[in-house]
Write a protein that binds this ligand. Structure first.
Ligand SMILES: [Zn+2]
Length: 435
């Protein structure tokens, strides 16, 4: 179930004006203007997704889904979906199947002013991928993903806790011996690929640019000319196995596979390591320890895991409480809950939550930006290697081993962020399960 929140536009003049403009353009039947206004609102607030469904417009900002406009009249709603789809310049929408396509949206916007630098007007390009689906009600729905395709954030700018950063550098970058597998796991929209691309960027820099890095993605999310990037497109006849063959024959050092989703991609990742590559990829698993089970289901033997795995990171992104309007509350119940889970030392006044309706700074949302919550497991440790080579991947033995290396779990990491007043207890508890 998607978390949806009402965006109290009236808390921010800019947002309120945007809402009104979108509504007015729709009422006038000016779809081009309406799309322009929707994209402007999305870009100004760094939205990652726009959803058009059930006569409503939603935007995902900082992991939270917000309602932008509801009760859109039927014909106008369909025209809006058609208008967005027309930007792909692809064939007409087929109402009996899933239609996908992409387009680049360009807009003039004022850059964020930095310290001693005033914002200046520049052209922003956002790569968008649209999926139009027929639904049971006969009304279509459209899902649009927005990607700022122009930069990979430097690893030290991801806002990781210092010890997480240090651990990633130790496991993947400093120990870079040219081979091994590093995996990042988490649900959709948890920033897995951004983390991996930042790690690759750092590895590349540390090696003085002397290594070649190839990526196979579906589609390529961030374009970077340092890397050889292949976008899988089955409609255009570029399949996953073709891409792998092409990449492995042209002498790459590091391979990034967008996602391990089946046995074939799992095998490729481990085979790449066995033939002397550093291979990194993402995977859907609950946390680091459940990744072993998932890999075994995908046909990877424990001896392969023992021989090649360097480490596994599990990641979640949580909305960051707005520093200007976050509010203290009577947190007695939450403190009790934390104590029950073994986190002592909290007192009333330590916990904060988002303010309903927010303020001008967070544009009425109560949150601004995201916080990364990470759990990192070092699989290069002797005990781990030994246990895996003996075929021992039961949950209890894995848990014991991870406790021995004092692994900080996702929940531990979330609690650290609560202590720092960066996130609310509610957001941690609803997004991260306890081990
Ligand atoms: Zn605020």
């Amino acid at each position: 179930m998607e978390r949806e929140r009402v965006w109290k536009g009236e808390a921010s003049r800019e947002v309120e004006i945007s809402f009104r403009r979108i509504k007015k353009a729709l009422e006038m039947g000016n779809i081009t203007l309406c799309i322009k206004e929707i994209m402007a609102l999305a870009m100004a607030n760094r939205a990652t997704d726009i959803h058009l469904k059930a006569h409503r417009i939603f935007m995902r900002i900082d992991t939270v889904m917000y309602l932008v406009l509801d009760d859109i009249q039927g014909a106008a709603f369909i025209s809006l979906i058609r208008g967005f789809h027309a930007l792909t310049k692809g064939p007409q929408i087929n109402q009996r199947k899933t239609n996908t396509g992409s387009f680049v949206h360009e807009a003039l916007a004022v850059s964020q002013p930095g310290r001693n630098v005033s914002g200046k007007l520049q052209v922003y390009k956002i790569a968008c991928r649209i999926t139009v689906l027929p639904t049971t009600t006969g009304i279509m729905a459209a899902y649009i993903r927005l990607r700022d395709s122009h930069r990979i954030p430097p690893l030290d700018k991801l806002g990781l806790l210092p010890e997480d950063l240090e651990m990633i550098q130790r496991i993947v970058i400093q120990q870079y011996r040219g081979m091994g597998v590093f995996l990042v796991t988490g649900p959709t929209n948890s920033g897995k690929s951004t983390l991996l691309l930042s790690i690759l960027d750092e590895t590349y820099k540390k090696a003085g640019g002397g290594i070649s890095v190839a990526t196979i993605e579906e589609p390529v999310e961030v374009i970077d000319e340092k890397f050889a990037q292949i976008s899988i497109n089955s409609e255009a006849g570029i399949t996953f196995s073709d891409a792998v063959k092409d990449i492995l024959t042209c002498d790459q050092d590091v391979l990034y596979i967008g996602e391990i989703r089946d046995q074939a991609s799992a095998k490729v990742v481990f085979r790449a390591s066995a033939t002397g590559h550093l291979a990194v990829s993402t995977l859907h698993a609950r946390d680091t320890l459940h990744t072993f089970e998932r890999l075994r289901d995908l046909g990877i033997s424990t001896s392969e895991m023992s021989g090649h795995l360097l480490g596994i990171a599990a990641q979640r992104l949580l909305p960051r409480l707005c520093p200007k309007c976050r509010e203290m509350y009577d947190a007695s119940e939450d403190i009790e809950e934390l104590e029950r889970m073994g986190y002592a030392g909290f007192k009333n006044g330590d916990l904060f939550r988002r303010k309903e309706g927010g303020c001008e700074y967070c544009r009425g949302r109560g949150v601004r930006g995201m916080v990364t919550v990470l759990e990192i497991l070092d699989v290069t440790e002797k005990d781990f290697r030994l246990a895996l080579s003996e075929g021992s991947v039961s949950m209890s033995s894995l848990l014991e081993l991870s406790n021995k290396q004092h692994m900080r779990t996702l929940f531990d990491s979330g609690v650290r962020r609560i202590r720092n007043r960066e996130v609310s207890f509610k957001d941690v508890a609803s997004s991260v399960h306890q081990l």
